[in-house]
Design a protein. Structure first.
Length: 301
């Protein structure tokens, strides 16, 4: 029996089997990761010391890099809002995806509001014997703004463009987080917490979006420049390189014949933590959305 056009549309719009559970699992992982980040880096002595040491050592590199990152952070709100607005409006007008745009924008706003609420409601950093400001700075507002804007663009992009959008957006969010550390505005844990909080809002929004319309269908990796596998390979390679830097930096601090007094080791370990967390989120999210939209017909042009 031949299917009507309406029936075909509903069929091709259905996400891959089991993807709903994976989206739920990813959301819960973000929430659990956020709680674990707060507990370890705020409530424990070791976590506070590592986090604060990275912030203090950032002074050593606050020269030309600091000036450049300050300019970037000053422009960050404008860049983020313009980037998200242009892409979301373009897709909305061209493809008439008004509901999808509303979902993406609502999730973006929700993530940023939740960031400010958490910063206000979470208690001050407890005294664990570490010299640090008691003021709660977790999560990073600048990072949340950049990450949520990039996520909104990712959600509104068609599947064949999402891998590239994920890498570019993830890099943008990571750059914003690194800049806040270089400028001593935020500790590494503040940035990681912002990534996780944004994920907790944007992943469920993405699930709602991919369930709407055949525009989410695609023909898999490699069929288009926007879906080339390089967009998954690059963040994996950079993440592994960052892990190597983190291990090397921390090994130099451990009791051994090569132990040294730290001047920038904690800083580089903190930078590595931001990069690893950012690109891990990028690869995981891109893979999750790719699986949910796979095998559902030719991608939308």
């Amino acid at each position: 029996m031949a299917l009507s056009p309406q029936t075909k549309t509903r069929t091709t719009a259905r996400p891959a089997p089991g993807s709903g559970f994976l989206f739920l699992l990813a959301t819960l992982a973000c929430v659990a990761g956020l709680m674990a980040t707060y507990y370890y880096f705020v409530q424990t002595t070791t976590g506070q010391f590592i986090d604060e040491s990275a912030l203090v050592e950032a002074v050593e590199l606050h020269g030309p890099a600091g000036k450049a990152s300050t300019r970037f952070l000053d422009l960050l709100p404008t860049i983020s809002l313009v980037m998200a607005a242009v892409v979301v409006l373009f897709v909305t007008v061209i493809r008439k995806r008004w509901t999808e745009a509303g979902i993406a924008v609502a999730a973006c706003i929700g993530a940023n509001v939740a960031t400010q609420v958490l910063k206000a409601l979470l208690p001050a950093r407890p005294d664990k014997g570490v010299i640090t400001l008691e003021l709660n700075s977790l999560p990073s507002g600048h990072t949340a703004l950049a990450a949520s804007a990039a996520a909104a663009v990712f959600l509104m992009a068609s599947p064949r463009w999402r891998p590239m959008a994920g890498f570019v957006g993830g890099t943008f969010a990571i750059a914003s987080g690194v800049s806040t550390l270089i400028n001593q505005w935020h500790r590494p844990a503040d940035v990681v917490a912002a990534f996780l909080l944004v994920g907790a809002f944007m992943i469920p929004a993405g699930w709602l979006i991919i369930r709407r319309g055949s525009w989410n269908a695609w023909d898999g990796f490699g069929g288009h420049i926007g879906s080339a596998r390089i967009w998954l390979t690059l963040p994996v390679v950079i993440g592994l390189a960052s892990a190597t830097v983190a291990v090397y930096s921390l090994i130099r601090l451990a009791p051994s014949p090569w132990q040294e007094t730290s001047t920038t080791n904690y800083f580089w370990a903190g930078i590595s933590l931001i990069v690893i967390a950012g690109y891990l989120a990028t690869v995981a999210t891109t893979s999750l959305f790719a699986y949910a939209a796979r095998g559902r017909g030719p991608s939308n042009r």
